[in-house]
Design a protein around this ligand. Sequence first.
Ligand code: GRF
Length: 215
Amino acid sequence: MVDVAVLISGGGTNLQALIDACAEDDFPANIKLVISNNPRAKGLERAKKAGISTKVINHRDYETREDFDDQIHEALNECGVKLICLAGFMRILDARFVNRWRNRMLNIHPSLLPSFKGLHTQERALEAGVRFTGCTVHFVNPELDDGPIITQAAIAINPDDTAETLATKVLEKEHIIYPQALKLVAEGRVRVVGNRVTIREADYANESIINPIPE
Ligand code: GRF
């Protein structure tokens, strides 16, 4: 069982998907701590309801990004987690922090990376006229929304889609692929070679490699 911390800033629907997955009998990860930089994040309530420890580390209380990151690092070390999941965590973490957690920190982003890094991804996908959008779970590199890709899910863009309808459809996929990616990593089946992730097949019978575009 791998202990995990989830870092949030807002609603926490991805956190909820991870909480629900971890509640399943054979899931290989356990959420030990939820940290929010935002004291009013709704995700904190979700964690409390599930009996998970929470901690607010408000970036406004720290003069520098490094001090804020150090505080998070200390909290993570104190509770002994091995992996971090960023789930709607809206602060950029500095390179020193990212390097300390390299290949042990996952993020979910609402686009098919490497396209549309940053904010307003669905608006930009519509503007660009791409036919598909989606979401990506990746290991975190010091560059924004960059790093080895673990899983992705794609959805087709219809002529009547808006940024809102796309965001809703993509979020549904996020809730599927984030637990899948965490499971793969926690099972030790994920290897990073350069910028590429390879996934080892499960040792046990009847489990196949994850479908990157879940039904
Ligand atoms: C998600 O779209 C995620 O991809 C992005 O921020 C949003 C967080 O949503 N990084 P929630 O807080 O998990 O509901």
